[in-house]
Ligand binder design. Structure first.
Ligand SMILES: Nc1nc2c(ncn2[C@@H]2O[C@H](COP(=O)(O)OP(=O)(O)OP(=O)(O)O)[C@@H](O)[C@H]2O)c(=O)[nH]1
Ligand SMILES: [Zn+2]
Length: 327
């Protein structure tokens, strides 16, 4: 059961923090069109949405006025009416936005209260980092992991360019977090990673230049063409500022590519949000002083005693605290 606050609203007043491990979403917006087809938003550009209709065509759609301020993001499940043939120059209408299972969000920096929802309904976050060129940025990786863990999205570490450096140190660094790590290099097929993606909606994030496009092109051979067709969604100009969802060739799962990031603001994440992702530590914190940040040496932090009592391990507490400092 999720225990986090569900009262927070994202920028579009879409209720999105509801139980991420819960049951199927209910519609927030009451369907005004009983006959609407259901689909998934795979691209967004300048007020136009690319929607893959379930068992149907790829259509370009605009949102109906009745949706009010609600803005859809890649991964959203929506109801669509109108011309659903996907023929050139047709425009369908989104009349319903389903409640989100998860949202991946970030702020521009840590002092910025404005949250941006990047992707909806992803259940896996693949944090891509190069082992060299550029050297791994533990801070950025930590922040991506925090964003996933606090939203109930399963993180996966993907360590690229293993032809240039050994993965041992990085794997060791993250061992206590129990996050699966896969190692890739461009001259070998990413079979291990591919196996982890089957049946999932996986978002890929990473610093620019880590080899994310190389990886995605290996996973989805039609990726470049698909990304090109997204610019058709946005009236012909090229999209590079937003995410795009690509269907895996076997048809079982989605890969969502996002633009390279330099930073990952977490102004919206509290100490207790992060603790929620560590069920072995969470109960121990009920005995901390109010407002405890649970850092090492903090007066009144009960977590050291909790670990000494055998409820968790020093390595887990250290891993939690390292993320807590990164936050
Ligand atoms: N040595 C080595 N180089 C790689 C590997 N994978 C990618 N590269 C190179 O790294 C550079 C960046 O790769 P991209 O796939 O474009 O990286 P990206 O993360 O998509 O970067 P952006 O497009 O800026 O977001 C390119 O020159 C690639 O050829 C690898 O496994 N080993
Ligand atoms: Zn504490």
């Amino acid at each position: 059961m999720a225990r986090r606050d569900t009262h927070r609203m994202d920028e579009d007043d879409v209720r999105s923090r509801a139980n991420p491990r819960g049951t199927r979403p209910r519609s927030k917006h009451r369907p005004s069109h009983e006959d609407a087809a259901t689909g998934t938003v795979f691209a967004v550009d300048r007020g136009r949405y690319g929607v893959r209709i379930d068992e149907g065509a790829l259509v370009t759609a605009m949102r109906a006025r009745e949706l009010g301020r609600a803005a859809m993001v890649v991964g959203d499940r929506v109801g669509v009416v109108g011309d659903l043939t996907g023929a050139p120059d047709t425009l369908a209408r989104i009349v319903r936005l389903d409640e989100r299972d998860t949202v991946l969000r970030r702020t521009a920096d840590d002092n910025d209260p404005h949250e941006r929802v990047i992707v909806a309904n992803a259940d896996q976050l693949v944090v891509v980092t190069a082992l060299a060129d550029p050297t791994p940025s533990f801070g950025l990786v930590d922040r991506c992991l925090i964003a996933a863990l606090t939203e109930g999205i399963e993180p996966v570490l993907c360590l690229t360019k293993s032809d240039l450096a050994s993965p041992d140190e990085v794997v060791e660094h993250y061992a206590a977090l129990d996050v699966p790590a896969v190692v890739t290099r461009r001259d070998e097929a990413p079979d291990e990673l591919r196996a982890l993606l089957v049946g999932h909606e996986s978002v890929f994030v990473g610093h620019s230049g880590v080899g994310k496009s190389t990886l995605i092109n290996a996973l989805v051979p039609t990726a470049e063409r698909a990304t090109g067709s997204v610019s058709a969604v946005g009236k012909g100009r090229h999209t590079s500022s937003s995410a795009v969802a690509l269907a895996l060739p076997a048809g079982d799962g989605w890969v969502i590519d996002t633009p390279g990031v330099r930073s990952f603001g977490l102004a919206h994440v509290t100490a207790d949000d992060l603790l929620w992702a560590f069920p072995d530590l969470e109960d121990g914190a009920t005995q901390c002083l109010p407002g405890c940040e649970h850092l090492s040496g903090a007066t009144g932090c009960h977590l050291d005693a909790w670990v000494a009592e055998g409820h968790s391990t020093p390595a887990r507490l250290a891993a939690f605290r390292r993320l807590q400092v990164s936050r």
